[in-house]
Design a protein around this ligand. Structure first.
Ligand code: AMP
Length: 450
């Protein structure tokens, strides 16, 4: 029986979706104005693990993610790069999707761009105006927090506390309450604009998501996810908007939030400039699957410390695992179904307990060391586990050797032919430094990843 920690009730709850066997799930996607970093990778890979698991245990999941393609940060970036905002979003959306594909994130059913939902956004703002929950000031329409007694129920903040908050809340001295957030911003000259009867403007940040989820799922759905930083004000604002519009509570049954990827106990992020982009890490000799393994090592709700030592540990563990698998694969041992069933049940038990992936991973290593199981049984079990881990353990990894390394390998062979052993050894060291090793076999030289 699956139990999930629900941020709103602050406890692990038995999972019970609105419709039996079916899950509508929404995870906040990125604002596309920059290349994605490893912090993004942690959140999205960990939700990929979670959705793979939900499907493994039989749920039909519709996994929806938004893409924020209209935002102040995008407009600022377009000015900096002296280009249009659409060019910026196109470039970084495509880089985001390409990173996600490389990370083997295959679980998302639909990526929904905010700008494709502007009619729904306008309709939601109008409904809030009609219900007396929104008011107009010089730069746009705002949500009136004094009209929402429930505000703060997700984050545990009182209205007073929401007043001190400054995090990504729209500033304007005319606001009724300090925490009031913008629903529809009037556009300044040169900014993106939609011409409407509530004023010429563009969507506020929080209303995008409720417009998207209402269109795709209706006013209530099962799971909403994102990083911890989105609990307040973003997710709190979504609840206030949608529950005010529909009068139906709760908007979401289970709120799930990931812990941060940290460097020196600080969140990895664009604003602190303490980040590594995903593509930068691939260029440093780490594969997307090394990252997936790394993200398996921490519980999704917990922070994870980024260091190159930790990443190396993940990389070496995955290499070792692949070597073991390639040996197990050859086994002709006769399998005992009961042994497999029993071990798999235990694996599911760990994941049923609020998706404890680190424990499931360490259980996999226990299985590999367990003398009571034969090699064929171990092989079948690990492949079953890998359906959730997505480490492609059964796939031969294609290695891409750069022209530079190919040239070094040729030079080394020449030196060896000429019996210039010292020079050949120097070149071998250079090859190693580039992240590869060469093995001299009877059939010739084999190049492998270090
Ligand atoms: P953003 O584009 O900054 O809005 O972030 C997109 C998603 O990535 C959100 O769910 C964030 O919470 C998440 N995220 C950003 N930085 C980190 C981090 N350092 N660790 C984990 N998740 C993060």
């Amino acid at each position: 029986m699956l139990k999930i920690y629900n941020t709103i009730t602050r406890k692990k709850e038995l999972f019970n979706p609105i419709k039996k066997g079916k899950i509508n799930m929404f995870v906040c996607g990125p604002t596309v104005y920059n290349n994605s970093h490893l912090g993004h990778a942690k959140t999205y890979v960990q939700f990929d693990f979670i959705v793979r698991y939900l499907r493994t245990i039989g749920y039909k999941v519709f996994y929806l993610q938004n893409i924020t393609d209209i935002d102040n940060k995008i407009i600022k970036k377009a000015r900096e790069e002296k280009t249009g905002w659409k060019e910026i979003t196109k470039k970084y959306e495509s880089s985001y999707l390409s990173d996600m594909k490389k990370l083997n994130i295959t679980s998302v059913n639909k990526y929904a761009k905010a700008t494709d939902y502007v009619p729904q956004i306008i309709s939601q703002v109008k409904k809030l105006i009609k219900k007396g929950c929104a008011y107009k000031i010089s730069d746009g329409w705002y949500f009136d927090l004094s009209k929402n007694k429930d505000y703060g129920k997700l984050s545990g903040r009182t209205l007073l506390k929401t007043n001190d908050s400054v995090s990504r809340i729209d500033e304007n001295k005319e606001k009724k309450n300090k925490g009031d957030f913008c629903l529809w911003k009037f556009s300044k000259p040169g900014e993106p604009v939609w011409k409407t009867d509530i004023g010429n403007g563009r969507p506020g940040w929080h209303i995008e998501d409720t417009a998207i989820t209402e269109k795709e799922f209706g006013p209530q759905y099962d799971i909403h996810g994102g990083g911890m930083d989105l609990i307040f004000p973003h997710h709190e604002a979504e609840i206030a908007q949608m529950e005010s519009i529909s009068g139906k509570k709760p908007l979401v049954r289970y709120w799930m939030h990931t812990g941060f990827l940290e460097i020196d106990s600080k969140k990895m992020g664009k604003s602190k400039k303490n980040f590594y982009t995903i593509s930068e890490i691939f260029g440093k000799g780490y594969s997307p699957l090394n990252l997936r393994y790394f993200f398996l090592s921490a519980h999704y709700r917990k922070p994870l410390n980024f260091t190159f030592e930790n990443l190396d540990y993940a990389k070496n563990s995955l290499n070792r695992l692949k070597e073991i698998i390639s040996k197990l694969k050859k086994s002709k041992d006769k399998k005992n179904k009961k042994n497999i069933e029993l071990a798999y049940k235990q694996f599911l038990k760990f994941l049923d307990d609020d998706l404890n992936f680190p424990q499931a991973l360490s259980y996999m290593w226990d299985i590999l060391r367990d003398n009571r199981l034969n090699d064929s049984e171990k092989y079948e079990l690990v492949l079953k586990f890998d359906k959730v881990f997505g480490l492609d353990l059964n796939k031969e990894e294609k290695i891409r050797v750069s022209e530079k390394v190919k040239k070094l390998v040729k030079e080394r062979e020449m030196m060896r032919k000429n019996r210039e052993w010292e020079k050949a050894d120097e070149i071998r060291k250079k090859i190693n430094k580039s992240g590869f090793i060469v093995e001299d076999t009877k059939k010739g030289v084999i190049i492998k990843k270090r």
